[in-house]
Write a protein that binds this ligand. Structure first.
Ligand code: ZN
Ligand code: ZN
Length: 367
């Protein structure tokens, strides 16, 4: 069996290539070149700059998808220029899978392994774009991984489960009609509608044992004379929930309340969902299998409890094809001061733990 390559070699090449969501051209070219050198079949330009590498045993068995994201984050310099920085560690995710890729060829004895390099995770467009290009069609199991900040997972330890919440951003626009402020009865004031509506939303009651929140994060009215009532008012809400059904319930309640508010005041409503990202929904058997991999490959004392935080567009793979079983593990690499901090660094020697676990998962599912 061939030894895996040190992921630091790939990391050193990928880190300086940092490109923001939807612009991963050089990153993608480097990954394609590496796959070619490893003699692994791949397809480029899946969902933009995404790459799908395939190792097919030709023997009946499950189709397993391992996913790494590729994009970096934009930061502005004092002179106003924008620079891309790998502050979320996606270069590490590509490096770990590339380092394991050569070994996968020897490991896969049944079914099919798809290694996908996904663009546009940070702007939540990449998974959906790859799904639209058919990446999920034959997939039974999808697994992702992320490096973790040092406060969540100590350097050298790993977590078999990284949980993510569901989140959505909604813009609610109420329209009425302008009136002279001395004759408010001649118009329909959308600010009154907005005030009532925010009060209603703040009185939503969902299970207090579950984690959820909704709050107005911006309110804008039509600019104009102070002695006129406004013609429109827009409110933006940020919603978070531990589960997808809870988020759907919140969205449904808020939509009904917005419609009835517009109706009650005789105004009009425009409801726009700006963003949506589903929550994690993992397969317990896969999580248990990864726990076992961490115990045996890294050490029984290196397995830490589930950790969580933020959103991940990986979960569209489950939402868009519910029969897909998913899991997502965390690699402790001492990332500090935190993910998305422009000066985030980590101890690259711990990436090898991720490589070992990826290989063991492949052995268990496809060996
Ligand atoms: Zn990120
Ligand atoms: Zn990330």
């Amino acid at each position: 069996m061939s030894d895996s390559v040190n992921p630091v070699i790939y990391y050193n090449a990928l880190h300086p290539l940092a490109e923001t969501s939807g612009h991963e051209e050089r990153t993608s070219a480097y990954i394609a070149k590496t796959l070619k050198e490893l003699d692994i079949a791949y397809v480029e330009h899946v969902g933009g700059f995404g790459i799908v590498a395939t190792i097919d045993s030709g023997v009946e068995g499950p189709c397993v998808m391992f996913r790494a994201d590729m994009d970096a984050l934009p930061y502005s310099n004092p002179d106003g220029s924008i620079v891309a920085v790998h502050a979320c560690g996606h270069d590490a995710h590509c490096s770990m899978l590339l380092a394991a890729a050569g070994s996968f060829k020897d490991i896969v004895k049944k079914g099919k392994l798809k290694i996908i390099f996904q663009p546009g995770e940070e702007d939540l467009t990449g998974a959906l774009a790859m799904i639209n290009d058919g990446v999920l069609d034959d997939v039974d199991i999808a697994i992702g991984a992320h490096i973790r900040p040092i406060m969540d997972v100590p350097a050298g330890s790993m977590s078999a489960e990284v949980t993510h919440v569901a989140c959505a951003t909604v813009k609610v626009r109420f329209e009425g009609s302008i009136a002279h402020a001395s004759r408010p009865h001649q118009g329909i004031n959308p600010i009154d509608m907005a005030a009532s509506y925010i009060g209603m939303v703040n009185s939503i009651r969902l299970d207090p044992n579950a984690s959820w929140s909704t709050k107005a994060t911006r309110i804008t009215g039509e600019p104009g004379a102070y002695n006129n009532t406004s013609g429109w008012c827009e409110i933006v809400f940020d919603l978070r929930a531990a589960t997808n059904p809870l988020l759907t319930k919140m969205l449904d309640s808020m939509n009904t309340m917005a419609q009835s508010t517009a109706l009650a005041y005789g105004g009009r409503l425009t409801w726009t969902q700006i963003d949506y990202c589903p929550a994690s929904d993992y397969d317990p058997e896969l999580v248990a299998m990864i726990e076992e991999s961490i115990r045996t490959q890294i050490g029984p004392d290196k397995l830490v409890p589930p950790t969580g935080g933020g959103g991940e567009d990986f979960h569209f793979y489950k939402v868009k094809k519910p029969s897909v079983r998913t899991a997502y593990f965390g690699v402790g690499v001492g990332a500090a001061p935190g993910l998305h901090k422009r000066d985030m660094t980590f101890q690259t020697q711990y990436m090898v733990n991720g490589v070992k676990v990826w290989k063991d998962i492949a052995r268990k599912l496809l060996g």
